[in-house]
Design a protein around this ligand. Structure first.
Ligand SMILES: *Cc1c(COP(=O)(O)O)cnc(C)c1O
Length: 462
């Protein structure tokens, strides 16, 4: 039989037994002329995604990779509900407001306040930053002063979104460099950068690099002092993308939130330690007046007046509902249990890694930190952290990123493993022994030849 005949025969029976993409390439450059059966479409996508990493072995991401089946059901059953249609779905809008009130309370807001559901912390930071800029301009205009040179002060330990905000919205970024032995910032670092054109200072609670917090309390005290001595009323925004759901449960006595008077706004990612799948973040203001009124749009849409403060318009309701699901499902006790469990497993993993020999831990033992383990090679070997990351991925599929720190600590390379709910005690110890095995392989190979190095460029900030 010729090859052409063979293919014809196979195609004839494929509709019965197979999947046409066993013999055809997947459409990849133009909308195909004809469609396919639902099953073929589903299989086509499913088969390709097998090539992606398994999310539960992705220890690089802070974002949720597992939710309970009941939560998944809430999500699946509400995908058709456009969140922005407040008039049509008033109860969904009410549930969003409940989440905002619960977060404001968790963050010790002094009274009634306001906030917004966002796509994630990035949108929350854009909106929070805009409000800082607008409020600064109002203050300057009132005082008859120049409004053309706004600046924003933050450390090199922030997420890239802060620089993005500055570029998109025309604000001068004043970035405080880190030091190799100091990977967060405090008041003495901030002070020289603040002036009358500073729209705000951003402090991080749980950096993406090592999981530690800036000295939010110290920065607050500095800003209070500057207000009293120089008359600059500089607001403090806390980027609690990760830390906002960790600190209230692990370190309830540490004041980083609205207990500090200069903290005017806070963002948190619902899809990180809020334990919801990607697509949800929150912005919470200290008081209603901290949201610049000019940024709120009152529109008459489909017969009802609605106030919106967002960069997007249409979006799903599922993740808002999933956030509320977690709030009522876990309560404070549940979140505390989950955070403590992750912290305990992170501690055990850290101990196992420290005992292994080649590594030392990054960070001060006992410092307040997100549940993760940051570590680096303790001494020169024939290979580096990037090689270990590749080897670990090759041997067991673990995604543990290696990366360099921001300036002026950019010659420092570290690795970091997030310890989430799906990395239980046994899994954490398996990871530790896999890490030791990866080092053994590299030792046996005598390190990798320079040309063979596959530098897996793994970002850290997602
Ligand atoms: C993840 C993260 C962000 C960005 O948040 P998204 O929710 O991914 O948009 C900003 N800041 C910090 C500190 C983060 O960890």
């Amino acid at each position: 039989m010729s090859e052409a005949d063979f293919i014809k025969r196979i195609e004839a029976v494929a509709s019965q037994y197979g999947n046409r993409f066993l013999l055809e390439p997947a459409p990849d450059d133009r909308l195909p002329e004809h469609g396919m059966t639902a099953v073929d479409a589903m299989r086509l996508i499913g088969e390709e995604l097998v090539l992606d990493g398994i999310p539960q072995r992705n220890l690089a991401t802070f974002v949720t990779t597992w939710m309970e089946p009941e939560a998944q059901r809430v999500i699946a059953e509400n995908l058709h509900r456009n969140f922005i249609d407040h008039a049509e779905y008033p109860q969904t809008a009410e549930i969003e407001q409940r989440c905002i009130r619960m977060l404001a309370d968790l963050f010790h807001a002094p009274g009634e306040t306001t906030g917004a559901r966002t796509q994630g912390s990035s949108e929350a930071i854009m909106l929070g930053g805009l409000s800082l800029k607008w409020k600064w301009r109002e203050r300057r205009e009132k005082a008859g002063k120049d409004t053309t040179r706004p600046n924003l002060v933050f450390g090199g330990d922030v997420h890239v979104v802060w620089e993005k905000f500055c570029r998109y919205f025309d604000v001068e970024p004043r970035i405080i460099p880190l030091q190799p032995d100091r990977l967060t910032i405090g008041p003495e670092d901030v002070e020289p950068y603040v002036d009358e054109n500073t729209i705000g200072v951003a402090a991080v609670l749980g950096t993406t690099f090592t999981g530690h917090a800036d000295d939010v309390g110290g920065i607050n005290d500095l800003l209070v002092r500057l207000r009293e001595s120089k008359g600059f009323d500089v607001p403090l925004h806390v980027d609690a993308a990760s830390g906002g759901f960790v600190w209230p449960f692990l370190y309830p006595d540490t004041a980083w939130d609205f207990r500090l008077e200069q903290v005017r706004s806070i963002n948190v990612s619902g899809h990180k330690y809020g334990l919801v799948y990607p697509g949800i973040g929150w912005l919470v203001f200290r008081e209603r007046s901290d949201l610049a009124e000019d940024l709120v749009f009152y529109e008459n849409y489909l017969g009802k007046t609605d106030a919106t403060f967002t960069l997007n318009f249409s979006t799903g309701s599922s993740m808002v509902l999933a956030q509320y699901y977690n709030f009522v499902r876990f309560g404070r006790e549940g979140y505390r249990y989950i955070m403590e469990t992750m912290q305990e497993n992170a501690r055990r993993l850290a101990q196992a890694i420290a005992d292994m020999g080649p590594f030392r831990l990054v960070g001060t033992p006992g410092a307040e930190q997100l549940p993760l383990v940051a570590f680096q090679l303790a001494e020169e070997r024939g290979y580096d952290e990037f090689d270990i990351a590749s080897q670990l991925a090759a041997e067991r599929g673990w995604m543990v990123p290696a990366y360099t720190l921001p300036p002026n600590a950019d010659h420092v390379t570290i690795m970091r493993a997030l310890v989430k709910l799906t990395l239980g005690h046994g899994m954490a110890l398996t990871l530790a022994s896999d890490l030791a095995a990866a080092c053994d392989t590299l030792d046996r190979k005598g390190g990798l030849h320079e040309l063979d190095r596959k530098r897996v460029k793994t970002g850290t900030g997602y």
